[in-house]
Design a protein around this ligand. Structure first.
Ligand SMILES: O=C(O)CCC(=O)C(=O)O
Ligand SMILES: [Fe+2]
Length: 346
């Protein structure tokens, strides 16, 4: 079936609580029928300590290693951004989705594009269940890959705030990738070396409108991220993210002013499985809209990525192949409903 773009969820008119069929998870699938999932305690990491040479710094590296090797995510604090700045980042997303549809559609994705405003899924197969979310997807780094045609001019400060946020995340990305390597006792540039000149950061603003039947839908279906790492600015007031651990779903509580950072498939590959790319999903709720901003970091698609040699030995044989453009492999397998990382396992 050829790709066809679906209607923004915000524009669906739901009468009498009847959802369009293609948003409904059939019984026995993964519908979120219970909102009282247990919380998962995501380790809180103080980024200002990671850079220090002190004992506290060493301890923080140990915490980082154990967190990324188990649940695959951390809540990062002391990242250098103020609470009011993070509120502004959140606000530009909220204001964009509150615009009339005609205004948002000026930035619409067209068939074949990756960037732009769109309903989260475009229908690729007749059997696919659609996510209850609308998205604005834009490349934010490096400058020469930015396509301003997809960058809203409304709200007025959108571009300025997003650029400032990008500058902060670029620094955090470097600190984290170095700290991750240091925590494994390997040379600190090991992961960064696989990045190359054309490394990219892509921002996905997700808006989840209230849904009259949270028991039948998902905001985002279960997936792992293709990225090396993902920075997630959660909604300050509305929960929704869940992580799968040992076959059970846990909700991720909101930690005010923290940035949730999770490992993506490309870090699981480069670390030869030492760090885990967590399976996660988003549930919907009937009362309040939810706005999040996920920023995905990707190495240059032309670079070869693969397990770092120092992390391969007799006890820990190589788990993944070496490849170029993992994102393309990811998309291809995801569309076939296959778990992408399995395609590059040895
Ligand atoms: O909105 C969220 O909490 C998570 C979104 C997500 O998993 C994604 O965009 O990949
Ligand atoms: Fe994700």
């Amino acid at each position: 079936m050829a790709e066809s773009l679906s209607k923004p969820v915000q524009e669906l008119i739901v009468t009498g609580g009847e959802l369009p069929e293609k948003y409904i998870y059939k019984k026995g699938e993964n519908a979120a029928t219970d909102v009282s999932y247990p919380p998962i305690e995501v380790p809180v990491i103080d980024l200002s300590l990671l850079a220090s040479q002190s004992t506290a710094g060493e301890e923080e590296l140990g915490k980082l290693r154990s967190a990324l090797g188990s649940c695959g995510c951390i809540q990062a604090i002391n990242h250098g951004m103020t609470a009011s700045f993070l509120d502004q980042v959140h606000e530009i997303g909220k204001q964009f989705f509150a615009l009339p549809i005609d205004e948002k559609q000026k930035y619409s994705r067209t068939v074949g594009d990756i960037e732009g405003f769109h309903a989260a899924d475009s229908l690729l197969s007749e059997h696919q269940t659609l996510d209850w979310t609308d998205r604005l997807f834009i490349t934010i780094y490096p400058e020469d890959k930015i396509n301003l045609r997809f960058w809203p001019e409304n709200p007025e400060n959108f571009r300025e705030i997003l650029n400032e946020y990008t500058r902060n995340l670029s620094l955090m990305k470097e600190l984290l990738l170095k700290s991750m390597a240091k925590s494994l006792n390997i040379e600190e540039d090991c992961f960064l070396k696989q990045y190359g000149e054309g490394a990219m950061m892509v921002a996905g603003f997700n808006f989840y409108p209230p849904c009259p039947r949270p028991d039948l839908t998902l905001g985002v279906k279960p997936h792992t991220d293709a990225a090396t790492i993902t920075f997630l600015l959660q909604d300050k007031e509305v929960e929704g993210l869940q992580i799968l651990q040992d076959g059970q779903w846990f909700r991720v509580p909101i930690v005010p002013q923290a940035i949730l950072i999770n490992v993506g498939d490309q870090t699981e590959i480069m670390s030869n499985g030492m760090f885990k790319s967590p399976m996660h999903r988003v549930v919907t709720n009937s009362e309040r809209g939810r706005l999040t901003l996920a920023v995905f970091c990707h190495p240059d698609a032309k670079m070869e990525i693969g397990p770092v040699e120092e992390l391969i030995d007799k006890k820990r044989p190589r788990l993944y192949k070496t490849m170029k453009d993992y994102v393309a492999i990811y998309l291809e397998n995801d569309q076939l409903n296959k778990r992408p990382i399995d395609a590059v396992k040895i």
